[in-house]
Design a binder for this molecule. Structure first.
Ligand SMILES: [Fe+2]
Ligand SMILES: [Fe+2]
Length: 163
């Protein structure tokens, strides 16, 4: 899709944020339904998709986006340290969700917790980090967007390959 190919780094990352938010909303809607037991396999699939997508998203930010900001945006160090700490918290929740493996009330609680944590984290990226990145003349956000997309496709292909 050509318009997708033109996304800069912030637009690409924010498109991910929005996509995963939709998955969280879908999950929550199923979890509160009166026939929650009947949707367990659907919830399991959604939870695994959320975990996979967030894992890849965090990894491309940590490998490409955050280091580029650390170098080119003066004074972003503390914000990036905080963002990385939040990634660690999210990774713990993701590991706990994967360990449960099948949707049940404990998984519902953890997915809801992850949703709140990610919402907070995304708000900081959107309101604080992205404006700093957009204002940094040394950052080529279109080029970084290309690197992010390439690495994301590589990791997604790896995640789907048989173990
Ligand atoms: Fe992000
Ligand atoms: Fe992040």
């Amino acid at each position: 899709m050509p318009e997708f190919a033109d996304k800069d780094a912030c637009e690409l990352l924010d498109a991910d944020h929005i996509a995963v938010k939709h998955l969280f909303v879908d999950y929550a809607r199923l979890a509160i339904a009166p026939d929650a037991k009947a949707t367990a396999s659907e919830r399991t699939a959604l939870a695994m998709k959320i975990c996979d997508e967030l894992t890849v998203h965090a990894q491309i930010e940590e490998e490409i986006f955050y280091p580029a900001l650390r170098e080119a945006v003066p004074g972003a160090g503390a914000l990036l340290d905080e963002a990385e700490a939040e990634h660690q918290e999210a990774k713990q929740l993701i590991a706990d969700i994967r360990a449960i493996g099948k949707a049940n009330p404990s998984m519902d609680t953890l997915v809801a917790e992850l949703n709140v944590a990610i919402e907070h984290h995304v708000k900081e990226e959107r309101d604080e980090l992205f404006p700093k990145a957009r204002a940094a003349p040394a950052l080529d956000l279109v080029a970084i967007g290309g690197q992010l997309r390439e690495r994301q496709q590589e990791l997604m292909a790896g995640a789907q390959a048989p173990a």
